[in-house]
Design a protein around this ligand. Structure first.
Ligand code: 28G
Length: 645
């Protein structure tokens, strides 16, 4: 069935239905773009760019330019064939008008059907149109420049030819201004958010050039993403702050049963796995059949190889998938005509043919690669065997603590001053840097609901340690038992003993370092605590200002200046710069940092869509390469006030 026919059969729509369709989008925008927050706003750009990417996947477009204009409208241009302008018989409308005004069934987030990207042209254009104050489309085809304008989704003028152009020039240009009555939170685009997603799109579509331009400020901001190697370069990018164990990026590609599969992978010397999967260029943080197929394939293939080459002896157990994936960065990308999503958030791929396709392509091509590259094969197998031994040692250490806890009842760590209320909903735990601040916090706290766990010195950097060492670490063991959730395979968030986990460190460089170490641990080992919003950073004040027996606290330099402006700068002011929590007595600590009625807490946020970038942030900050860290710190120096991962 041709695309045009499909439109006719499904919609045979008259103008009234068309308008109703877009009204539905304006009434319940969340159904179509998930949210009207900042994230939803940026989603509009991706919907339009997706159509250009589809044109690229169809083989007709190699350049996309996205511009943030000075009025915060967006221009997207591609050099594809140009959206068809011919009249569609049933609707009597030009095809382009069908694309922008007819709502296609379902939405990516609503009911029945899902958006089918990957060669078939997405269905988001009409949604973007409905949620825009105005939208203009320019089409270059057959030596003409066509133009149409819409306001809040409605045609304001029929499609017209406004100029002629060179016969060879083809493509589409869309300009739109999001509707501020829909996007109440913000209509201001963020260069960095767009940059991340457009870079990802460029990685996922090899050879496609995507340019992002920001025209809002004096100095022009411009980035171009163009990766000949596609996801191979994605892996290199993700590993840039790590040390690779071998030079090659393993790359497998093919189509089985209508599923196009692409996989790239490489191991580094860290202990964490970084696997990212995509379906039709959309991130699937919860994985699904494609990821299962990949995991099956590598587990089986490496075990077969290690046995055959006698790297694993007969009496030794098989390598587990986790052993093989330790320190592995991988991208699994599939393109499929009719993706079915499952699970609570509808983000997990369900198509069973994807499992088989990825499994067979990876098994076959990886077996061949290992035969051709025995040195690389040996490095990976040996690393996996080391991981297997560490895991076994860690299991023993864990069983030991588990048995101990079983014997002692719930053996809470000795240093923990627990709260008396046993309902986790009411409870919070402060993780405090140093014994002395821990002492003040213990005195200051509200005993019924606030628990204090003091940590001595710097905690272990989990980026640089293997499991067995991590489980043996006293500070980490204390946190695990205090939280009650267990860790890793045992992790159970329903057992969490506190609703809020509050990291309280000095407001100086060391304190920031300790916060980062703690966040690294939580992010790697108990990510759900962060995802579910249980992790907070306390904000102790930087200054105490006293005048005529009155006291003010300031949490930043700006606040200090504001207070001084209010009370007047004169000789009666006494300003104290707090260097650490230890300088505050219990009462001050309570008043400024711990009292739930007056304190400021920063919630640590986690955005699934950003997971590959967050991984880079942590390895850059905590890994062993110095140069990327320096770069990162220089680039982010302006954000240090706001520890947001
Ligand atoms: C610049 C911003 C966004 C696009 C094309 C090219 C074609 C196309 C787009 O066809 C098919 C859908 C239902 C009738 C296809 C051109 C075949 C031949 C295309 C874009 C038409 C849509 N020649 N380029 N759509 N059907 N770029 N960029 O949107 O109605 S969308």
């Amino acid at each position: 069935m041709s695309e045009i026919e499909k439109v006719e059969n499904e919609y045979g729509a008259d103008q009234i239905q068309v308008l109703e369709g877009l009204e539905a989008v304006r009434k319940r925008p969340g159904m179509y773009i998930g949210t009207t927050s900042e994230r939803g706003l940026h989603h509009l750009v991706y919907e339009i760019v997706d159509n250009s990417v589809d044109e690229a996947l169809a083989g007709f477009c190699d350049t996309i330019i996205v511009t943030i204009n000075s009025d915060n409208s967006i221009t997207v241009e591609d050099n594809g064939r140009g959206i068809p302008v011919g009249i569609n018989e049933k609707t009597g409308l030009p095809a382009v008008e069908v694309v922008f005004t007819i709502l296609h069934a379902g939405g990516k987030f609503g009911g029945g059907g899902y958006k089918v990207s990957g060669g078939l042209h997405g269905v988001g254009a009409s949604v973007v149109n409905a949620l825009s104050n105005w939208l203009e489309v320019y089409i270059y085809r057959d030596g003409n420049e066509y133009f149409q304008r819409y306001e809040r989704g409605k045609v304001v003028k029929p499609l017209e030819i406004i100029a002629s152009c060179e016969q060879e020039k083809t493509g589409t240009k869309v300009v739109f201004l999001p509707d501020e009555t829909i996007f109440r939170e913000t209509t201001v685009f963020d260069f960095d958010i767009l940059k991340k997603r457009l870079r990802e799109m460029a990685f996922l579509t090899k050879n496609l050039k995507i340019k992002l331009i920001d025209n809002r400020s004096e100095e022009l901001l411009e980035r171009t993403f163009h990766y000949e190697g596609g996801i191979k370069e994605f892996v290199t990018y993700l590993n840039k702050s790590k040390t690779a164990l071998y030079e090659e990026i393993l790359y497998f590609e093919g189509t089985v049963n209508g599923v196009y599969v692409e996989v790239a992978m490489q191991h580094n010397d860290s202990y964490t796995e970084g696997m990212y999967s995509f379906v039709n260029n959309i991130n699937t943080p919860e994985g699904g059949t494609h990821l299962t197929g990949f995991k099956n394939a590598i587990t089986k293939t490496f075990n077969d190889y290690a046995r055959e080459k006698k790297l694993l002896r007969e009496n030794e157990p098989n390598l587990s998938g986790e052993d093989i994936r330790e320190g592995m960065t991988a991208i699994v990308s599939v393109k499929i005509g009719d993706p079915q999503f499952e699970g609570q958030t509808k983000q997990k791929l369900g198509n069973s043919e994807a499992r088989g396709a990825v499994d067979s392509i990876v098994s076959e091509q990886l077996t061949y690669f290992l035969e051709q590259n025995p040195t690389v094969a040996k490095i990976i197998c040996e690393k996996s065997i080391l991981s297997q031994r560490a895991r076994e040692a860690a299991r023993k250490a864990r069983d030991l603590t588990r048995r101990k806890t079983a014997l002692d009842g719930m053996a809470l760590p000795g240093k923990l001053a627990d709260c008396s209320d046993k309902d986790p909903k009411n409870c919070e735990i402060f993780i405090v840097e140093g014994d002395s601040a821990g002492g003040s916090a213990k005195t200051a706290r509200s005993r019924s609901t606030q628990a204090i766990l003091p940590l001595r010195g710097k905690i272990l950097n989990v980026e640089k340690a293997r499991l067995d060492k991590i489980y043996a670490n006293e500070e980490i063991k204390a946190m695990i038992t205090a939280f009650g959730t267990g860790i890793h395979d045992d992790f159970d968030i329903t057992k969490l003993r506190y609703d809020k986990i509050i990291i309280m460190t000095d407001a100086d460089v060391d304190g920031a370092h300790i916060s980062t170490l703690l966040l690294t641990f939580l992010y790697r080992f108990m990510p759900d605590l962060i995802k579910e919003g249980h992790v907070y950073l306390a904000q102790p004040p930087l200054y105490k200002i006293e005048k005529n027996k009155k006291v003010w606290y300031a949490y930043s330099d700006e606040e200090l200046n504001k207070v001084l402006l209010d009370i007047g700068r004169d000789g009666n002011n006494k300003i104290q710069r707090y260097k650490g929590l230890g300088e505050m007595d219990a009462e001050q600590l309570w008043d400024t940092t711990m009292d739930p009625d007056t304190r400021i807490l920063k919630k640590v946020r986690y955005n699934e869509e950003d997971s590959s970038e967050i991984d880079i942030t942590f390895t850059t900050l905590m890994g062993d390469k110095v140069e990327p860290r320096r770069e990162f710190i220089e680039l982010n120096a302006k954000y240090v006030q706001n520890l947001d991962i």
